[in-house]
Design a protein around this ligand. Structure first.
Ligand code: PLP
Length: 407
C-alpha cells in the first residue's frame, strides 16, 4: 500500500511538476513592478540643507529598492524598504571575485514641477548587457525602470529643489552565493540606492580639467570588459587617478594600444571637435567596436544632437595622440571635452603626455560646441524644453500612497 501510495504521488508529481516548473520559470524570469512591496521608514533622515553643496555619494535617501534572485526560484518580488546594511556570508562571490555591476543615472526636478529621469531605458539596457557578461541574471528592462521610478516617487522630497543639483541613482547587482568556487553565482541581489548631488561645476561655469596621459597605464584592452559597467573596471583606476593628482593633473586620459588611441577621460567618454585633415569641421569620438570604451548614454545623446544640428560631421573614429598633436600644431584642434552623466560635458584644457605639456584651446574657442551641448542637454533634463528623452516619474508633487502593498 505504502509503495502504491508513493507511486501514485510520483505519478501525480510527474503529471503536475513540469507545469509547475514551466509556470515558475515563466513567472520569475523577471520581477514585476506591480508586485512591489513597501516598508516605509519610521526614522526619516534630515535632508541636506543646501543640496547645491552636496558632495557626490555621501548622503543617502531614506529608502532603497531590493530584489533577490536565485537559480531555482528566479526573481522574488521587489521591495522598497528603509535603507539598511546588507548581511552576507564572508565567502560570498562578490567579495572574492568581484561579481558586481552597476549603473549611474539621475532624477531631475523640472521647472514645470515634475520629476524626470533622462533616457532611463538606455541605462537598463546597458545594465542587462553587463549582467549577461557577468553571468548575473537579466530582467525586464521596463519593469526595473518602473521600480526605480517608484523608489524616486517614494523619496521624492529628496530630489533637490534646484536646477543645479539632482538625485543620483545607483542600481547595483551582486553575486551573493556563499561559495569560493570561481563559478556562476547561483544567487544574486539587485538593489538601488539614491543620493542627492550638487552641481559638478560648483562655480556655475565650466572648470576645464587637466589630464595625465601615460600609455603605461591601461583601463581596458581589446577582448576585455571595458565596455561593461563592472565594478572591477573601476577599482584598479583609483591608484592611477592618485598618480595623476601627484603629477598636477585632475584626471586620467586613458590611452590604448601601441598607437596611443584616445579612449576615455576618467569615467567619461571623450570628444574632439576639430577641423579634420580634409578641412571639414568634425566632432569625433572613439568607436565602440573594439569594446574598450563604455557606450555612454551622454555620448550617444551628444552624437544624436550634433547630427540634428547638421553643422558639422559627427563621426566615430580612432584618434591617436599623434593626431591630437598634429591638429594642435596645425591649429585645427578647436575643443576637447569629456561627456558623462556626472557633468554632462567637461572641457579639457591641458594634457600631460610623454613629458609634453599640451595646451588644449577648448576654453579659448568658447567652448562653443561644449557649451551648446551642455545647455541643450540640461534644458531637456530640467524640463526647460520638452523632449522624448525626458521620462517623467512624478507628474506633480504628491503624497506617497502608504496603503499600497505595505509589509
Ligand atoms: C568609463 C565610463 N565611460 C563613460 C561614462 C559615461 O557614461 P554615461 O554617459 O552613460 O554616464 C561612464 C559613466 O559612468 C563611465 O564610467
Amino acid at each position: 500500500m505504502a509503495t502504491c501510495g508513493r507511486l501514485r504521488l510520483i505519478e501525480q508529481g510527474l503529471k503536475t511538476a513540469p507545469f509547475i516548473l514551466i509556470r515558475r520559470l515563466a513567472s520569475n524570469t523577471s520581477f514585476k513592478a506591480a508586485d512591489l512591496q513597501y516598508r516605509f521608514t519610521r526614522h526619516p533622515h534630515a535632508k541636506p540643507e543646501n543640496p547645491d553643496e552636496c558632495l557626490f555619494g555621501k548622503n543617502f535617501t531614506d529608502h532603497m529598492l531590493a530584489i533577490k534572485w536565485d537559480k531555482d526560484r528566479g526573481w522574488s518580488s521587489p521591495v522598497i524598504k528603509p535603507l539598511e546594511n546588507i548581511s552576507l556570508h564572508p565567502a560570498t562571490s562578490v567579495f572574492h571575485y568581484a561579481t558586481e555591476l552597476f549603473e549611474g543615472m539621475k532624477a531631475y526636478r523640472t521647472v514645470d514641477n515634475r520629476i524626470a529621469l533622462f533616457r532611463p531605458l538606455e541605462n537598463m539596457k546597458r545594465m542587462n548587457r553587463t549582467a549577461t557578461r557577468a553571468c548575473l541574471p537579466t530582467f525586464d528592462e521596463e519593469e526595473l525602470m518602473k521600480c526605480i521610478g517608484e523608489l524616486v516617487r517614494v523619496d521624492q522630497e529628496w530630489v533637490p529643489y534646484s536646477t543645479k543639483a539632482s538625485l543620483y541613482i545607483r542600481p547595483t547587482m551582486i553575486g551573493t552565493e556563499p561559495s569560493l568556487g570561481v563559478n556562476i553565482s547561483n544567487s544574486a541581489l539587485l538593489y538601488c540606492i539614491t543620493c542627492p548631488v550638487g552641481p559638478y561645476f560648483t562655480t556655475g561655469t565650466f572648470n576645464p580639467v587637466s589630464l595625465m596621459a601615460d600609455p603605461r597605464f591601461v583601463r581596458a584592452a581589446k577582448g576585455g570588459v571595458g565596455a561593461y559597467k563592472l565594478g572591477s573596471n573601476y577599482g584598479p583606476t583609483i591608484g592611477i587617478q592618485e598618480e595623476a593628482l601627484k603629477r598636477g593633473c585632475q584626471q586620467v586620459l586613458w590611452l590604448a594600444g601601441e598607437d596611443h588611441k584616445v579612449t576615455e577621460v576618467g569615467t567619461m567618454n571623450v570628444f574632439i571637435y576639430w577641423i579634420n585633415e580634409q578641412g571639414e569641421k568634425e566632432l569625433a569620438t572613439m568607436p565602440l567596436d573594439e569594446g574598450i570604451v563604455l557606450p555612454g548614454v551622454t555620448r550617444s545623446s551628444l552624437m544624436e544632437l550634433g547630427r540634428t544640428w547638421g553643422e558639422f560631421k559627427v563621426v566615430e573614429k580612432i584618434i591617436t595622440m599623434n593626431d591630437v598633436i598634429k591638429a594642435l600644431n596645425e591649429n585645427r584642434l578647436l575643443e576637447m571635452f569629456g561627456a558623462g552623466t556626472a557633468c554632462v560635458v567637461c572641457p579639457i584644457s591641458r594634457i600631460l603626455y610623454m613629458e609634453q605639456d599640451l595646451s588644449i584651446p577648448t576654453m579659448e574657442n568658447g567652448p562653443d560646441v561644449a557649451s551648446r551641448f551642455y545647455q541643450e542637454l540640461t534644458d531637456i533634463q530640467y524640463g526647460r524644453v520638452s523632449h522624448e528623452w525626458s521620462h517623467t516619474v512624478v507628474e506633480d508633487v504628491e503624497g506617497v500612497d502608504a496603503a499600497k502593498n505595505t509589509i
